[in-house]
Ligand binder design. Structure first.
Ligand code: GLV
Ligand code: MN
Ligand code: MN
Length: 402
């Protein structure tokens, strides 16, 4: 039997990013493929039947004696990361799922319905732009053609990257056969804020996921020479982009409960002595009320148009993904809280595959304390004792649900 920490230690060298710090494990990059192989080996080592479905979701099945896989209990998470991310966002849920299987076996549990550990591809959307791409494909929340045509920073399509990873892109899309196998889904995840520090608890049961979406703003101007173009003669989209970033911060501050972020900005062509011809910036907006998010994005668009026009530039806005606020299944929440006597309820501002699956089947989440309160950063952390407490909590929950 492996502890969660031992499992995480075994992948601690995979995808380290010497430039950014932390881990860069983009979906279907060599780092993420190594982790997918690790998952297969850990599944097989436990005698779980390993499978890859047509959307690239990995499965390790602990089949019950009879009754097939319809309505099974599924747990798991993802192994891809944001650029320069931490070691726990995703892998903690997968390692804890294996540890929970070990604990259940030690307890002599014989499941009377099948139990599976799953890994969803491109949860972060850090390579192809759309988060939770695997679960969106599985549930039909994204059109298969739209997914196939997504491109990464090098212009490679998701279809091409899938094919290179051994997944036939022709078969991507809503998968009712696989959906029927999932009766309930429970995802364990590192907490990505300070909620559990403040509650002085190692484990919480998830209550809600904040609505969130991504938009791309493309600001176009006149590419030109940094030395020969007089300041008065410029249509520099970088200046407009700078004004837009500030306008976004101010607009979000003026809206109670809103969060808006520009974490990625790309000048084209991107040279020190080149006035950019275009600047793309990606906007992440979150609010509990989807109508407020829509109004806030519209306001930001209007301010971006003004800022662009003032600099002799133009701007276009494209929505790349959107996910409404999710409340996890109340009955499942109650079951989890009964299993984990006294575990607090906790909302999250982060997105998860459990949130996408919540649209079509009962899902729940467990959050594990992060003593730094920091995530999407190398500083994300989980103490060994808390990781063990999390695996035990997951085993308790799975045992009761089985
Ligand atoms: C994923 O962690 C997200 O919330 O964007
Ligand atoms: Mn995650
Ligand atoms: Mn994340």
């Amino acid at each position: 039997m492996d502890s969660v920490s031992a499992l995480l230690d075994s992948i601690a060298d995979v995808g380290r990013d010497a430039t950014r710090g932390g881990y860069s494990r983009g979906v279907y990059t060599s780092a993420e493929l190594t982790l997918r192989t690790w998952f297969e080996e850990e599944a097989r080592r436990r005698g779980l039947a390993f499978e890859t479905d047509r959307n690239g979701i990995l499965w390790g099945w602990w089949d019950a004696g009879s009754g097939g896989r319809t309505g099974s209990l599924v747990t798991g998470s993802h192994v891809d990361s944001v650029p320069g991310g931490g070691a726990y966002d995703g892998p903690l849920g997968v390692a804890s799922a294996f540890a929970a299987v070990d604990i259940l076996r030690e307890r002599g549990i014989r499941p009377n319905r099948a139990l599976a550990v799953a890994v969803f591809p491109e949860e972060e959307g850090s390579r192809f732009g759309v988060p939770c791409l695997g679960s969106r494909l599985l549930t039909g929340a994204i059109d298969a053609d739209a997914a196939r045509n997504l491109t990464d920073a090098d212009g490679l399509t998701f279809a091409e990257a899938s094919r290179a990873a051994g997944i036939d892109p022709a078969h991507l899309g809503r998968d009712d056969d696989t959906l029927r196998t999932i009766g309930d889904f429970v995802e364990l995840h590192v907490e990505q804020g300070r909620g559990l520090i403040d509650l002085d608890s190692a484990v919480a049961v998830g209550s809600t996921i904040l609505g969130h979406g991504r938009w791309r703003l493309s600001v176009s101007g006149q590419g030109n020479h940094a030395g020969t173009t007089l300041m008065a003669d410029r249509a520099d989209p970088m200046i407009a982009a700078a004004q837009i970033v500030l306008a976004i911060r101010n607009a979000a501050r003026a809206e109670d409960g809103a969060r808006a972020t520009v974490g990625r900005l790309q000048p084209v062509p991107g040279g020190t002595n080149v006035i950019a011809s275009r600047v793309d910036l990606w906007l992440d907006v979150r609010h509990a009320d989807d109508a407020v998010t829509a109004a806030l994005v519209e306001r930001i668009h209007g301010q971006a148009q003004k800022a662009a026009a003032f600099e002799g530039c133009s701007v276009s806005l494209t929505m790349e993904s959107q996910s409404g606020t999710v409340s996890f299944d109340p009955a499942l929440q109650r079951t989890l809280r009964n299993s984990l006597k006294g575990a607090p309820l906790l909302p999250t501002g982060a997105g998860h595959d459990a949130g996408v699956l919540a649209g079509v089947l009962p899902t729940a989440m467990l959050f594990i304390r992060n003593p730094t309160g920091v995530s999407h950063s190398p500083e994300e952390f989980v103490e060994r004792d808390d990781a063990d407490a999390g695996a035990t909590a997951l085993a308790d929950v799975l045992e009761d649900l089985l």
